[in-house]
Design a binder for this molecule. Structure first.
Ligand SMILES: O=C(O)C(=O)C[C@]1(C(=O)O)C=C[C@@H](O)C=C1
Length: 333
């Protein structure tokens, strides 16, 4: 039976706008794309990297792009921040037009050991003076995983499963790959049966892998936030009356004391709540940064002019800045 998510559906006719996502199929980004865009109305195209999604949107090969932005357990997705930093002005037309949240539950996938014994290990770490009360993993292996010699996944997923990995797979080689679904693909290809992937239950179904452990994420509330990208701004979009958020990037003069505080003050003065702040190296001068600030509000619906006011004040303190987009706040509080 073909799974709905097995199709990247490859529709390219003008009737179907194309959505580019970090693939291959069954990645969490793919699942988010399917959740956000109706399968009958859109074509879905996997990209092999987050860069590929940005390129597809900037070139017009795709109408929309879906990229991970941050995870509630492990923080910012630096690949996406680096692309939004756009140091070489390669993605000048890209804007963030929406966000989507996905509950992320990771599975350990692989091939069951030829002789299946019980899962032996208790998962209880020995308390040490340094860690007197080690955290207990939320789940345990369903069968023995003693044969596992290497684990593949996306670096974000490793960071979300540290307790389980520390308890049951300590010291096992970790191999970073471009997505969790790529990891599942590689494990399927490894005929030695000694590789495992951290990926979704959907990836297990699609690649026909054995589930060695379920729900191995450190926290039950593990959630990833994704951005929806498009080229330019949809001037026809109607304001729904729901709360909005915006994202800007900026640089400041690093020799000027308080320059960053001055920029942040622009938002405080206009009573605009900040919802996230991140930074990445400029890669021009060591230890100088491009900052990202997300705030509640939108320039396109700004009845009391607070956003306009903050952005015009910011002109005085930022060396350079860019409004990366505004969208409807989708966080369920
Ligand atoms: O690897 C995937 O499946 C992805 O869609 C990427 C990604 C991420 O970069 O955060 C998405 C959700 C999870 O947080 C882990 C990985």
């Amino acid at each position: 039976m073909e799974h709905q998510a097995e199709k990247s559906n490859g529709r390219h006719d003008s009737d179907h706008p194309v959505v580019s996502f970090l693939g291959p199929v069954s990645s969490y980004t793919h699942q988010t794309a399917l959740q956000r865009f109706n399968d009958n109305e859109y074509g879905f195209e996997p990209a092999s990297s987050i860069t590929g999604v940005f390129e597809a949107v900037q070139s017009g090969a795709a109408d929309f792009g879906v990229v991970p932005f941050e995870n509630s357990t492990n923080g910012a997705v630096i690949f996406t921040l680096d692309l939004l930093a756009d140091r070489q002005s390669m993605y000048a037309d890209i804007s963030v037009c929406d966000e989507a949240y996905l509950d992320v539950s990771h599975y350990l996938l692989g091939h069951k050991a030829a002789v299946t014994s019980s899962p032996e290990m208790s998962g209880a770490s020995t308390p040490t003076s340094l860690i007197p009360s080690p955290l207990k993993p939320r789940s345990k292996p369903l069968s023995s995983i003693k044969h596992i010699k290497r684990i593949y996944t996306h670096p974000q997923a490793f960071g979300q499963c540290e307790i389980f990995l520390g308890a049951y797979l300590k010291g096992i080689e970790r191999i970073d790959v471009s997505s969790t679904s790529k990891a599942a693909e590689l494990v399927k290809e490894d005929k030695t049966g000694t590789s495992a992937a951290i990926a979704s239950s959907l990836a297990a179904e699609i690649h026909g892998l054995d589930v060695l452990a379920k729900a191995i994420e450190d926290r039950e509330d593990n959630t990833t936030r994704f951005f929806i990208l498009r080229k330019g701004v949809d001037e026809t979009a109607k304001h729904t009356g729901n709360p909005t958020k915006s994202l800007i990037s900026f640089t400041v003069d690093h020799r000027s004391p308080g320059a960053l505080a001055d920029v942040l003050e622009c938002f405080r003065n206009k009573k605009l709540n900040l919802t996230s702040i991140n930074s990445r190296p400029t890669r021009i001068v060591p230890f100088q940064y491009i900052f990202f600030v997300e705030f509640e509000g939108s320039l396109r619906h700004d009845p009391d002019g607070r956003v306009k006011g903050a952005l015009s004040d910011l002109e005085k303190y930022a060396q350079s800045w860019r409004l990366l987009g505004s969208w409807e706040d989708k966080l369920v509080r």
